[in-house]
Design a protein. Structure first.
Length: 148
């Protein structure tokens, strides 16, 4: 079981979905200010409108929400795509390419998350990369067979 790439890939899929769910929940939680500085920061984040031209005037909170939504959607896309390909039993050649792309995208995502965020997303994204790596390494050891 540990020698099959699908075992590790299903774990990666589970962590992608878990990361997406946890991150999506945080989109609906309003942070409570702990002091006057945080109160001012939250007020500015939600009321100050940047002028980016062409009638585009988002608040920093709007930009933050958009970015957070995109991270959740990235995790959902990765989970659904990988689950679909595993369930369709695509060839190992295709899965090698897909997992290489997954590792590139989520590896870069992990570096960005590790630099700019905090512990929980770092751990969650790191686990995704670890299990995708284990799936890829295990897949490299499987014989090269293609299906029509």
């Amino acid at each position: 079981m540990l020698k099959r790439y699908t075992f590790w890939l299903w774990i990666a899929i589970a962590f992608l979905l878990l990361n997406m769910i946890i991150h999506s929940i945080t989109l609906f939680i309003q942070p409570a200010p702990q002091n006057e500085t945080e109160r001012q920061l939250i007020h500015l984040m939600t009321t100050y409108h940047n002028d980016f031209g062409a009638g585009f005037h988002p608040t920093p909170q709007n930009l933050f929400t958009a970015l957070s939504s995109c991270f959740s959607l990235l995790c959902l896309l990765g989970a659904l795509m990988n689950a679909y390909l595993v369930r369709k039993r695509v060839s190992t050649e295709i899965m090698r390419g897909v997992l290489a792309i997954d590792l590139l995208v989520f590896g870069i995502c992990f570096v960005v998350v590790a630099i700019f965020t905090f512990l929980l997303p770092i751990i969650m994204t790191g686990l995704i990369v670890v299990f995708l790596t284990l799936a890829f390494i295990t897949l490299l050891r499987e014989p090269r067979m293609t299906t029509a």
